[in-house]
Design a protein around this ligand. Structure first.
Ligand SMILES: Nc1ncnc2c1ncn2[C@@H]1O[C@H](COP(=O)(O)OP(=O)(O)OP(=O)(O)O)[C@@H](O)[C@H]1O
Length: 346
């Protein structure tokens, strides 16, 4: 696979238009990266200023453990990539954190006991809350398969993303002037985001008619209606054509610079290497590695974990052809040659 031409990530940040950066937010991305470079690159390592902290979260489906994360901290203001082979548990982990699924050891679940799952966001415990409350707390996600509502217009899709929609609260619904003011504000914000994501000309089109990449942009724009402190993107690049790749990457970097922490799941290793400040690797439900992109993505443990399910995966750099990879590929080729020879002699 040839590497797409990508511009360098910005190293300094701009304040969010109309909104100051959150207090203590690491505006200078280079300084943040320098701090991250001083950390031990070990699973569960403490971060200088974690926005999200997870402890002992487990999800079992029957006898199969899909997620078993002992400890993870996500650094505020960093772009963190969560990578791992198919079936590693990444989406399930996202679902648990955002309240779309319940941990098998959640508080109140039989057997949850002393080892119950705990996670906190901005220092606030989220373990017992549902998806709506998690979103209101400022942690919002997008999905692997876009959830744009096809029979609604692009603008209507944006407005259902607003946290303070009229009608959500009976009192707001009754107090008409306030209702009208909020609706106006929501429309203004939606229009501004649509302009920014270059979807403004599509505002009255049905969302179902957008391309795959435009739906991804719409979903990201909609997630921003609530002005989240952290956005979790599940495979933002999947189904996006090369023409939109660069603009999607720029949007993600701009989000970070304007005060939104980014955690994303992605299989596109060029993207991971290009824009992440930190990489977390999952395999078989567990976090098996954490560290700087240039180090983690060339680690043989990580490459080996990938080879289980991604024999054809380009990890984005020739340096990944470590001994482990070469050994595994040679074994696979030898197996194929042996089985072809067996078939030929039958
Ligand atoms: N609702 C479910 N019922 C049963 N098993 C499930 C369910 N959801 C996920 N799993 C299983 O849990 C494991 C982890 O799946 P998950 O989708 O979280 O992995 P992933 O890392 O996101 O994979 P991919 O990169 O392919 O999206 C897989 O073995 C999957 O089959």
């Amino acid at each position: 696979m040839s590497e797409p031409i990508l511009t360098e990530p910005p190293t300094s940040s701009q304040p969010r238009p109309g909104r100051p950066l959150p207090p203590g937010y690491p505006a200078d991305r280079e300084a943040l990266r320098a701090q991250l470079r001083t950390l031990d690159q070990l699973p569960g390592v403490a971060k200088p200023d974690p926005i999200l902290t997870v402890d002992r979260i487990e999800r079992r489906f029957g006898g199969m453990t899909a997620v078993s994360v002992d400890h993870l901290q996500v650094q505020r203001g960093a772009i963190t990539a969560l990578i791992g082979p198919n079936g590693a548990g990444k989406t399930t982990f996202f679902n648990l954190l955002t309240g779309f699924d319940k941990a098998s050891n959640a508080a109140g679940v039989f057997g949850g006991g002393a080892d119950r799952a705990r996670w906190s966001f901005e220092g606030r415990s989220l373990g017992r809350t549902n998806a709506t409350k998690v979103a209101r707390a400022g942690m919002i996600r997008t999905f692997q398969l876009t959830k744009a509502l096809g029979r609604m217009t692009v603008l209507e899709n944006m407005l259902i993303g607003a946290a303070n929609q009229p009608g959500e609260n009976l009192w707001v619904g009754l107090v008409k002037p306030l209702w009208a003011k909020r609706e106006r504000e929501n429309i203004e914000r939606a229009e501004e985001l649509l302009r920014r994501f270059k979807l403004d000309e599509k505002r009255n089109d049905m969302a179902g008619g957008l391309s795959g990449g435009q739906k991804k942009l719409l979903e990201m724009a909609r997630a921003l209606m609530t002005e989240p402190s952290m956005i979790m993107l599940d495979e933002p690049m999947a189904g996006v054509n090369p023409a939109l790749t660069q603009s999607l990457l720029e949007h993600i970097q701009t989000l970070r610079d304007e005060g939104t922490t980014v955690l994303f799941v992605e299989h596109d290793m060029h993207m991971v290497r290009h824009i992440s400040d930190w990489v977390v690797v999952m395999a078989q439900g567990e976090i098996i590695a954490e560290g700087l992109p240039e180090d983690v993505m060339t680690s043989s443990a990580v490459v080996d974990a990938y080879l289980g399910a991604h024999h054809d995966r380009d990890l984005g750099d020739d340096d990944v052809l470590t001994t482990g990879v070469i050994r595994a590929i040679s074994e696979e080729v030898a197996d194929e040659v042996a089985s072809e020879a067996g078939e030929g002699s039958r």
